[in-house]
Design a protein around this ligand. Structure first.
Ligand code: ANZ
Length: 952
């Protein structure tokens, strides 16, 4: 920063405040001036190893890289409150520290800008979502800029920009144009699959030679293998939002996560992504990640890998395939249960009840057909969660059909019951009441046979026994299967081998994870780069036609609907842009007419890969240059997964965003576009800032800012109010914005306050009244260096005394490791301690003042820059080396002991001040050993801290 552009403190009209005193006004001037200077000089521009952002003259061009990433925000209409920037300030302190510690740090901030709120606002008001979103982004940018966050702004991206979403569409095409090869356990280009079919290396699903299939037959097979595919499937249709939702967006009680509208199951044609193909790798690769264990566990549970077997039970309607985790219990399978929606149910349902059918089994209906129809209607009204509740009374009906247990050869009845879910495993189970609690409850209710096949442990007097034990009642030597006496694990393996050798089934792995529902019936999202031909087949547009830009529409609303009526159909806003939808294109075989896909992508799409674009934001030829990717994200060594070095964000993204982003990254890895196989190497969850809220006698919230405390009670005007504690937000009327705190104290105070109130991962209360503590700390730092009356420096070139020097180096040592370990609160505490030692000195030794300022810089960068300049330094301290402690100053203090022999001082020893008595004794005896000769002293007395006295 040059002299001319530096702030000229004037007191800014505050008459009785000396112009050199560190007040909010002065802080505001200093901060504005430094922010302008950083921006003007491009101080935080970070060099790439290649491409347009390369800069070999940059001070960090040859340094070791560090990629620090925040979960980028959706710019909401209400702007930022003081809770939002906690993580942003944390990453900023860390990034600033690491720059000073010598690293080339990539840190920027973009906007996840497609999303429902802007679109819903558009539906209500007619304002284009782009208008609202862009205005919100401007607001966010201003708020963040004011905090002095050291971002490379050239790298900021907005997911709504065609230059950005063309690459989101490009990734979609990569996914669409690939298939998952289970043998290689990775995605491969679809052309390689076609090749395999063509040369007969891979059989077609029905065995017909590839050459005999017509074009549409081939396309159907290929489409079935793609990682992005269209499927007619039961989905969560939410008429209230006019869209289909992913399972992840539906609450446990069957309502939309956003807006709380009812959600219905409905069959619709939808885009899906085959994330389930990656179930194994998404689970196994968690081991390579430096993530909090609870988050890894949530991912593991969400993916829900289950290992067991598929077993086929013969029926008159063909084999009924079940998934079981307990193939060892096959002999105890006394009935089958199909989900009511299972595809075999109709064929299995008998025309009439068998003679003597149990009354319970018929549900009181005259025919199985009636019973099944009635039960299906009953089950359809339930959510998956209700269906799975163990405590609920078990319901179901008999289909009238039977299946053959392959181990016993016996027919067993086939039921439908809602405790079996259509969407999990195969949607069919073998029921083993003796070893499964739900099956036991069902068998008791329906009086079905129960056969124990695992010997319960001694003293067990419960119902189903789910523990380990030797197999019993499990031998059929004539069929070649004998399990009796084997433990569960051995019996499982034996059964699977038998199933495979007899063709009755095979070992199998299943996942709780479903394929990712990828289309939304909305406007404000990325259009698909897909058109349909006259046969309704999806065709990918060539890369040269990207981006497919979102057309303008007159009306953003989904079709008029009754939000409670499941029978309304989605009509997407884009489908009404008929001039856009109906197109003539030449896709290589001359101009033809096509219809565009009118769904848009879900909001998750843009956030699945943004970190890659941060690294190479201007690349027009590729998503990211390979050299740039491997520099910023490449593996750090053999077997390392690579990825962003540090990713900080809230726990609420534990599953979805992180899972989707990992999936896309792995597809890009398989196809050779990136060298890292995980996007985020280290993940850190910052805590949440909550605040007090106050409610009056009627339970209405009152403006928290207007509440005053008197003798431990709280009043709003004259009325006493009740204090609560909760999320910061409009509804609790307890919003505090960073802008207010910056006005009142300055951004540096705000930053120091946020960092000092607890470890970054801890949730903590916001307390406006405590902010002043951080303000006073910065004032003390200021006063240690600047004379408040004259503005002159209070710094001396005389050396610091021993004690202060040691304190300085202890602080340097501690602050350095604290910053590196993301322990910003303890770093600040050490800086406060050091500063407190300066306050009573007539002048601050420069040897302490300078390192103090440098150490303060990551946390309070503006005041640090200002003081640094006033100490006579020309350039920004951004790339100044962070202080390093002198090891000699870190050893503990020493004490010198006079050593007396018979009352006369004969020598001296120097030992650490905290040395044990025995250490002092040994040292003293060694010192005077010569004078003592061989004679053993009669007495050795150590007076701690004073002397050693030896009596001969
Ligand atoms: C027989 C059996 C015997 C089972 C036994 C368990 C214990 P996880 O671990 O969650 O994967 N199951 C399979 N598909 C189901 C579906 N669509 N809806 C409801 N239940 C289903 O559980 C797998 C077990 O849950 C499977 O193993 C099956 O019951 C049941 F002593 O098969 B088991």
């Amino acid at each position: 920063m040059t002299e001319a552009s530096s702030p000229q403190p004037s007191g800014a009209g505050v008459a009785d405040i000396p112009p050199y005193r560190y007040t909010a006004t002065l802080a505001g001037q200093i901060e504005a001036a430094w922010q302008a200077s950083w921006e003007r000089e491009g101080v935080f521009h970070t060099p790439n190893p290649a491409g347009p952002l390369a800069d070999p003259s940059h001070p960090r061009a040859d340094a070791q890289k560090l990629f620090v990433l925040d979960m980028f925000p959706y710019p909401s209409g209400s702007g930022l409150h003081v809770g939002h920037p906690l993580g942003y300030i944390g990453t900023d302190v860390y990034a600033r520290f690491q720059r000073m510690a010598g690293r080339n740090v990539l840190h920027t901030m973009g906007y996840d800008a497609f999303g429902l709120p802007a679109e819903q606002y558009a539906v209500q008001t007619g304002t284009h979502p782009r208008t609202t979103t862009e205005a919100n982004i401007v607001r966010y940018r201003e708020q963040l800029r004011r905090l002095g966050l050291a971002y490379d702004d050239r790298r900021s991206v907005r997911t709504i920009d065609p230059d950005y979403y063309r690459w989101t569409q490009w990734i979609f095409l990569q996914v669409f144009n690939s298939w998952f090869d289970p043998d290689a356990n990775r995605a491969r280009p679809i052309a390689e699959l076609v090749e395999q079919f063509a040369v007969g290396a891979r059989p077609t699903p029905d065995g017909r030679p590839w050459a005999e299939l017509d074009e549409s037959g081939r396309r159907a097979i290929i489409n079935d293998h793609r990682l992005a595919y269209v499927s007619e499937a039961p989905v969560n249709w939410c008429p209230g939002l006019g869209t289909v939702l992913a399972n992840e967006e539906v609450t446990a009680d069957g309502r939309s996560d956003r807006g709380n509208f009812p959600v219905f199951k409905r069959s619709l044609r939808q885009w899906m992504m085959r994330i389930t193909a990656y179930g194994d790798r998404l689970t196994d690769d968690l081991a390579a990640l430096d993530w909090p264990e609870p988050i890894k566990l949530m991912q593991r549970n969400w993916i829900g890998r289950s290992t067991g077997a598929h077993i086929d039970f013969d029926t008159d309607a063909g084999p009924a395939r079940v998934f079981t985790t307990r193939p060892d219990t096959l002999f105890g399978a006394t009935y089958l249960v199909l989900a009511p929606e299972h595809g075999l149910v109709d064929a299995l349902t008998a025309a009439a009840w068998p003679a003597g059918v149990h009354k319970m089994w018929t549900g009181g209906h005259d025919t199985p057909g009636q019973a099944v129809a009635a039960y299906r209607a009953f089950a359809a009204a339930k959510t998956d969660l209700e269906r799975q509740t163990d405590a609920r009374e078990k319901t179901g009906v008999f289909t009238g059909g039977y299946a053959v247990n392959p181990a016993t050869g016996q027919p067993i009845p086939v039921f439908i019951a809602d405790y079996v879910l259509a969407g999990y495993g195969t949607g069919a189970i073998m029921a083993v009441p003796a070893q499964d609690e739900r099956d036991w409850a069902f068998a008791e209710a329906f009086e079905l046979p129960i056969v124990r096949t695992v010997q319960p442990s001694e003293g067990f007097d419960g119902k189903a026994f789910t523990g380990d034990g030797p197999a019993i009642n499990s031998s059929a030597p004539d069929r070649g299967l004998s399990l009796d006496g084997l433990g569960v694990a051995e019996a499982k393996a034996t059964t699977i081998a038998w199933l495979e050798s007899t063709g009755h089934g095979a070992g199998a792995v299943t996942f709780r994870l479903r394929d990712w529902l990828f289309s939304r019936q909305r406007y404000w999202g990325e259009p698909f780069p897909i058109v349909y031909d006259e046969h309704g087949e999806p065709i990918a547009l060539p890369e040269s036609m990207l981006p497919v830009e979102l057309p303008e529409v007159a009306d953003f609303s989904p079709r008029t609907f009754d939000p409670t009526d499941a029978d309304t159909s989605p009509e997407t806003p884009l489908s009404r842009a008929s001039a856009w939808v109906e197109v003539e294109l030449d896709l290589g075989d001359g101009p033809r007419r096509y219809t565009r896909e009118t769904n848009v992508m879900p909001q998750w799409a843009g956030s699945c890969w943004y970190e890659l674009r941060y690294a190479d934001p201007t690349n027009a030829d590729a998503l990211i240059d390979r050299r740039i990717e491997s520099y910023w994200m490449g593996p750090r060594g053999e077997g390392d997964c690579g990825g962003v070095d540090l990713y900080i964000g809230g726990q609420e993204h534990a599953v979805l965003h992180l899972l989707y982003a990992r999936f896309w990254h792995k597809v890009l890895y398989d196809l050779g576009h990136v060298s890292s196989f995980e996007p985020f190497h280290q993940l850190f969850n910052q805590g949440m800032i909550q605040a007090y809220a106050f409610a009056d006698a009627r339970g209405q919230y009152v403006e928290a800012a207007e509440v005053v405390e008197r003798d431990g009670r709280f009043f709003h005007g004259d009325e006493e109010v009740r204090r609560e504690y909760g999320k910061i937000g409009k509804s609790l009327k307890n919003v505090v914005t960073p802008d207010e705190i910056c006005d009142e104290y300055g951004a540096d105070t705000f930053r120091v306050y946020e960092m000092s109130t607890g470890p970054l991962e801890a949730s903590r209360p916001w307390d406006t009244r405590a902010v002043i503590g951080s303000y006073r700390f910065l004032q003390r730092v200021w006063r240690a260096i600047v004379d408040e009356e004259t503005g002159a420096l209070r710094v001396t070139d005389n050396p610091a005394d021993e004690k202060l020097r040691r304190a300085l180096h202890r602080a340097i040592d501690g602050v350095r490791t604290d910053y590196a370990g993301l322990r910003f609160n303890t770093a600040v505490a050490k800086l406060i301690e050091l500063t407190n030692q300066l306050t009573r000195l007539p002048a601050t030794p420069r040897e302490v003042a300078e390192p103090l300022i440098l150490m303060l810089a990551p946390s309070a960068p503006h005041i640090a820059e200002e003081l640094w300049r006033r100490l006579g330094h020309g350039a920004s301290l951004t790339y100044h080396d962070f202080p390093v402690a002198d090891p000699a100053q870190l050893v503990a203090d020493t004490v010198t002991y006079p050593v007396q022999i018979n009352g006369k001082v004969r020598g001296r020893v120097e030992v650490p001040a905290d040395a044990a008595e025995e250490t002092v004794r040994v040292a003293a005896l060694a010192e005077v050993a010569e004078q003592l000769g061989d004679a053993e002293p009669r007495k050795v007395i150590v007076i701690p801290g004073r002397m050693v006295s030896i009596v001969r």
